[in-house]
Design a protein around this ligand. Structure first.
Ligand SMILES: [Cu+2]
Length: 71
């Protein structure tokens, strides 16, 4: 599994955490999603053969949040 951490702006409560999880977890190849609400970080473990950062960013943005960086 590959790991990526995205910096996401706009998450303010556990509802936001749930919304972001709900759009990421169904993506084929995603193994786990861990969200640090206080720091606005979304850590995703995934199978790089099936999915990747572009797809995660698009899903998060479609859900109404802004991806401002990744590491
Ligand atoms: Cu919220």
């Amino acid at each position: 599994m590959e790991k990526i951490t995205l910096a996401v702006k706009g998450m303010t409560c556990m509802g936001c955490v749930r919304s972001v999880k709900n759009v990421l977890e169904p993506i084929p190849g995603v193994g786990s999603v861990d969200i640090d609400l206080g720091n606005g970080l979304v850590a995703i473990a995934y199978d790089a053969a099936k999915t990747g950062a572009d797809q995660f960013k698009a899903a998060i943005q479609d859900a109404g949040y802004e991806v401002v960086g990744n590491s």
